[in-house]
Design a protein around this ligand. Sequence first.
Ligand SMILES: [Zn+2]
Ligand SMILES: [Zn+2]
Ligand SMILES: [Zn+2]
Ligand SMILES: [Zn+2]
Length: 218
Amino acid sequence: MKIKTKGRCVKCKELCAIPQAEQHILNCSLKSSTPTQQESGHLVLIAWTFQPHMYWMFVTLPKTASLSLLDAFLRMEWLECCGHLSRFTIGDKGYMSQTECGNPSQCMKKQIGQLLPYGSICDYVYDMGSSTRLTIKNITEIPFCSQKKVEILVQNEPPKFSCEFCKKEPDNICAICGETVCSSCSSQHSCVVDEGDDYVLLPLVNSPRTGVCGYTGR
Ligand SMILES: [Zn+2]
Ligand SMILES: [Zn+2]
Ligand SMILES: [Zn+2]
Ligand SMILES: [Zn+2]
């Protein structure tokens, strides 16, 4: 089932879908920018590769942002469960988060602006086992961009799920089958019954990694 979500603009709180978001951001950031933020940066769309209209966000990156800055942001915001490897793939080249001996790799020190021209996309994967894949598009240069950090401008609202039994809003997702259940019904879920334990249930959170590995949210 394809799910589309709307996103809320952090600055003005307006709701918009992906096709309108880019124009909205450019208008909105011009209106709200302050003269102290004079430097430009990159406007980037990050989306879950499996369902790009479900989990997504528009962010700005400082002009000289490295892959490792974006990697750290993605882990903090959406992905980190237990320190898995990650990799950007740009064209036919891969950029890993760690070397084979486990040290942070030099690869991710490279600047995004030099690798990913405006209008082009790259792939990102977190965890080579139970992978979460993202598609990242460097859309355009944006004026008045924070040079200190990755800044979220618009992020998807949580997709609507319902409890498989009572149809109310669920707060758990099953790590085995992906079904969603509320706390009152969770003991009836078939995987919980089979396992004789509810450790298979994880908190349902607004991230493409919800229900995967041990992910419990940021
Ligand atoms: Zn806005
Ligand atoms: Zn994990
Ligand atoms: Zn329920
Ligand atoms: Zn299940």
